[in-house]
Every structure is written in structure tokens, then in C-alpha cells.
Design a protein around this ligand. Structure first.
Ligand code: B4P
Length: 190
């Protein structure tokens, strides 16, 4: 199986590039952000708990997102592999993902990081906020809070995969197609 973690700060282009990767490589897209937003729109108990945290730019507790991923993996037994988008975002999530994949006789093939400077992230997310209506894209303070969460809790996850020689990175500013071509070059040599 080809199991890829697409990594990067909020607004780096993970969701954008995942959509293109799943089409080309026939993989299943697992985005914890999308899964949480779907729980919120369905008005579930989990969604109600997650909403306040997400709207404030804070990460949702590890056990919540790990449970959601476990559940989704169980429903996709015939897939050729997965693109994990926005997960894992903490070291405990990375350890749990390894354990869940090991139970299924597989593992992470690679982490690919999209490197984007903070000023570009803020400008992209403010633009998205004008049309998406996402509460966490509405102002610079909230976006800065999300970037702070990323720098303190999520950035260390890169070292977890570096220590296993599974870390790759590309520059994430430029034309979407050009970034996709660079991503595919890595995908094709994994
Ligand atoms: P996510 O939904 O993962 O939010 P995101 O990081 O903002 O999305 P993404 O990074 O995929 O957006 P993209 O760059 O594609 O998470 C939201 C919240 O959910 C988190 O803050 C947290 O509270 C919670 N959560 C999710 N997963 C969690 C976990 N594992 N643990 C705990 N909590 C969790 O797009 C950004 C914009 O840039 C788009 O408008 C796009 O069009 C644009 N763009 C993309 N590429 C571009 C390019 N090359 N040039 C110009 N614009 C570009």
C-alpha cells in the first residue's frame, strides 16, 4: 500500500494538493479537518465538542481524531493506500497512526511537507475566509493562533518521520500545477 502523510502549516495547500493526488494515484483521502467539519454540520455530540476548539484555532484532543481515523480505516479495507491530510498533527497521533497501520499489516510510506512562509499562509486563509465562511479563516489573530499551534505541537511531527528516513519536503509557493508536478516526482520514487 502507498500511505502518504501530506504535511504543512494551515493554508500550505494540503487539501488542494490531496485532491489532485487521490485522482492521479487512486488513493483514499483522509482529512481530519473535513471529517470534523462533517461532524459539526451533522450536529453530532463529537462535532459540538470540536466546534469551539476549531473556531478558536486550537487542536481537537488526540483521542477524538485517532478514533475517527481508526473508524475510517476500518471502512476502506480494499483501498490501494491513503493520503493523510492534516493528520497526524501531534507526536501521540503519529504513534497511534503507526499502531493502527501495523494492525492492518501496513505502514507509512513517506511524509511530504509543503514549505510555505507565514505571511503567505495568512493571506491565503484570509482570501479563503471571504468565500468559505469557515469561522477559523475569518481574521488574522485566529490564523496566527493556528500557526502557533502548528509551530508548537505539529512541527515536531516532522522529526518523527525524519528519524525513520521517511521525510521529504518541497516548496509550496507558486502555481498549483507546478507544486503538483514536484509532489509527483517524489511520489514516483517512493
Ligand atoms: P484543516 O481542515 O486541516 O485546515 P487547514 O490546515 O486550514 O487546511 P489546508 O492546509 O488543507 O488548506 P489548504 O492549504 O489546502 O484543520 C482545521 C482545524 O481542524 C484545525 O485548526 C484543528 O482545530 C482541527 N483539526 C484538524 N485535524 C486535526 C488533528 N489531526 N488533530 C487535532 N485537531 C485537528 O488551502 C488553503 C487555501 O490556500 C485555499 O483557499 C487554497 O485555494 C489556497 N491555495 C492552495 N495552494 C495554493 C497555491 N499554490 N497558491 C495560492 N493559493 C493556494
Amino acid at each position: 500500500m502507498l500511505n502518504i502523510v501530506l504535511f504543512g502549516p494551515p493554508g500550505a495547500g494540503k487539501g488542494t494538493q490531496s485532491a489532485k493526488l487521490i485522482e492521479k494515484y487512486q488513493l483514499v483521502h483522509l482529512s481530519t479537518g473535513d471529517l470534523l467539519r462533517s461532524e459539526i454540520s451533522d450536529g453530532t455530540e463529537l462535532g459540538l465538542k470540536a466546534k469551539g476548539l476549531m473556531d478558536s484555532g486550537i487542536l481537537v484532543p488526540d483521542e477524538v481524531v485517532i478514533g475517527m481515523i481508526d473508524n475510517k480505516l476500518g471502512h476502506e479495507k480494499d483501498s490501494k493506500g491513503f493520503i493523510f491530510d492534516g493528520f497526524p498533527r501531534t507526536i501521540p497521533q503519529a504513534e497511534a497512526l503507526d499502531a493502527l497501520l501495523l494492525q492492518r499489516g501496513t505502514g507509512i510510506s513517506a511524509m511530504i511537507a509543503l514549505e510555505v512562509e507565514e505571511h503567505e499562509l495568512i493571506s491565503r486563509l484570509l482570501i479563503r475566509g471571504q468565500s468559505s465562511g469557515r469561522p477559523d479563516d475569518q481574521n488574522e489573530e485566529l490564523i496566527a493562533q493556528r500557526v502557533k499551534e502548528y509551530n508548537t505541537k505539529t512541527a515536531p511531527v516532522a522529526s518523527f518521520y525524519k528519524s525513520k528516513n521517511k521525510f521529504f519536503s518541497i516548496y509550496g509557493i507558486g502555481e498549483i500545477e507546478e507544486i503538483f508536478t514536484n509532489l509527483c516526482q517524489i511520489m514516483d520514487k517512493i
